[in-house]
Design a protein around this ligand. Structure first.
Ligand SMILES: [Zn+2]
Length: 172
């Protein structure tokens, strides 16, 4: 299927993009898309493959709201103060929040926190009760939609939290 071209400008990435990495476009409501830059996909995917996949990992999304759409241009990755376990990832390191603040300032208030991602040690992941609780907490603090992704070993779970609901999103 042809991918719709929605975003006229790409935010330059500070890091080289792996040649095989592809961007991902999600649709969560008719005509509402999330574009995730290829280097973000590449970086997250590393944590869902061996040896990293043995422990859960996660981080936040940094991106911008473009009309009805969301463009994710950067992620944070596990930091030393986070708790990584076989069945837990606790984003405790204040560095994630610092990265969001820094991105906001550097972008002149356009790049902001747009959601979060983490991995699960299972083939096809689904959100846990803890995940849903955490996301609802984040949604209370955000008027804009938030993107939630869980990466598994052979598939990912995509959702958008908006107006107190968590809606599944599908790749297009
Ligand atoms: Zn989870």
């Amino acid at each position: 299927m042809r991918k719709p071209i929605l975003f006229p400008t790409a935010v330059p990435s500070p890091l080289p993009i792996a040649p095989h990495a592809e961007s991902l476009t999600l649709e969560w409501n008719p005509g509402r898309y999330v574009l995730i830059h290829p280097d973000c996909m590449e970086r997250m995917s590393r944590y869902a493959t061996r040896p990293e996949r043995e422990l859960e990992a996660g981080g936040i999304f940094l991106g911008s709201y473009r009309g009805p759409h969301i463009e994710i241009s950067a992620i944070t990755e596990p930091m030393p103060g986070d708790r990584r376990g076989r069945y837990v990832f606790d984003r405790r390191d204040p560095g994630h929040q610092t990265a969001a603040k820094s991105a906001w300032t550097k972008s002149r208030n356009t790049t902001t926190f747009t959601g979060e991602w983490h991995t699960h040690p299972e083939d096809v992941p689904t959100p846990s009760g803890i995940d849903l609780g955490t996301w609802r907490g984040l949604m209370k603090k955000s008027k804009e939609p938030l993107v939630f992704i869980i990466l598994g070993w052979s598939g990912n779970w995509y959702g958008i939290g908006h107006e107190r609901r968590i809606l599944p999103a599908r790749p297009v």
